[in-house]
Design a protein around this ligand. Structure first.
Ligand SMILES: *[C@@H]1O[C@H](CO)[C@@H](O)[C@H](O)[C@H]1NC(C)=O
Length: 308
């Protein structure tokens, strides 16, 4: 039964964390994280597009990852900041669903691009002679478009299912944004099917993780066949930074959503917020600071502005 009054459209309250002091801390944290995320990722895109030496699949994928990261953090953080500043924590049901839909789509697309990047490295290292034919410009575009399509495919069904739920009790979301687990917990409809679909969604979300693991096994087995310490170290350092992001990302998502919904607590909400805010911020640093070509391109980008 839907107890929605025509005169008062369904609205949710994004409570955030408990306590005024904690709210304040999070506000300051996001206030720092968001500009750093935007700047870092924009710089990566600019540096890659302005340096012809970086016009190859690996960097195009990285630029695409940065683009998704910009969208990903922009779906949640500005709203959190605005809510805090304006003191109005309400969000319409439509706004809530839109936020959820974008979050899921972008989060999934992000993970597919990470998988594409791992696949690209695996081909480059284990089949260097065939690299240009396998990772051709056409297949690059296909891989990127495929990542977006796969991301949206793992978002729309969940959003539509949630849109069909009734909310007749509390509308207070104990989180900074509308995430699927928080909304399911508030619903007074039968959510068994929704929860099953959510677990299935996490399963689908893990497919790219599997691709990443297979790619790395491939990389390491190739590298270890060639007894060169330098090559091994280089592979470990490149893949090491990639693996750091991936573990951070999957660790938080799976730790949060693969548990019974009743155990979904404020602590989980805080952890997902950290992942939503931190991963897009850390990506540029993890991928660029260890990379000589990327650093050179960034340097060029800055020195171009300064007439010598
Ligand atoms: C994303 O990848 C495609 C295909 O490689 C490339 O043409 C495009 O420029 C990339 N997007 C960005 C923002 O770099």
């Amino acid at each position: 039964m839907r107890e929605v009054n025509q005169s008062s459209p369904l609205e949710f309250i994004l409570l955030g964390v408990n306590g005024q002091q904690e709210q304040e801390y999070f506000f300051i944290l996001f206030l720092f994280i968001y500009p750093i995320t935007l700047t870092g990722n924009l710089l990566i895109i600019l540096a890659i597009h302005s340096d012809v030496r970086l016009h190859n699949p690996m960097y195009f994928f990285l630029a695409n990852l940065s683009l998704v990261d910009i969208f990903f953090s922009s779906v949640t953080i500005p709203k959190m900041l605005a809510s805090h500043l304006l003191g109005s924590k309400s969000i319409s049901f439509g706004g809530c669903l839109t936020q959820m839909c974008f979050m899921l789509a972008l989060g999934n697309t992000d993970s597919y691009i990470l998988a594409v990047m791992a696949y690209d490295r695996a081909v480059a290292i284990s089949r260097p002679l065939h690299y240009t034919t396998i990772v051709s410009p056409k297949s690059c575009v296909l891989l990127i478009v495929g990542s977006w399509v796969a991301g949206i495919t793992n978002s729309l069904p969940h959003t539509l299912l949630t849109a069909g739920l009734s909310f007749c009790g509390s509308k207070e979301v104990t989180n900074f944004y509308c995430d699927i687990a928080s909304l399911l917990k508030l619903s007074c409809s039968d959510i068994h099917f929704n929860v099953k679909m959510m677990y299935l969604g996490v399963g689908v979300f893990s497919v790219p993780l599997l691709c990443i693991i297979i790619s790395y096994v491939q990389v390491f087995s190739t590298v270890l066949q060639v007894p060169s310490t330098k090559g091994v170290l280089k592979a470990f350092s490149t893949c090491g930074s990639h693996l750091t992001v991936v573990s951070l990302y999957y660790g938080t998502v799976m730790g949060t959503y693969l548990r019974p919904l009743t155990r979904y607590s404020l602590k989980d909400a805080v952890i997902t917020v950290m992942y939503i805010a931190m991963t897009p911020m850390l990506n540029p640093f993890i991928y660029s600071l260890r990379n000589r070509d990327m650093k050179a391109a960034l340097w060029k980008l800055f020195s171009k502005k300064i007439p010598s």
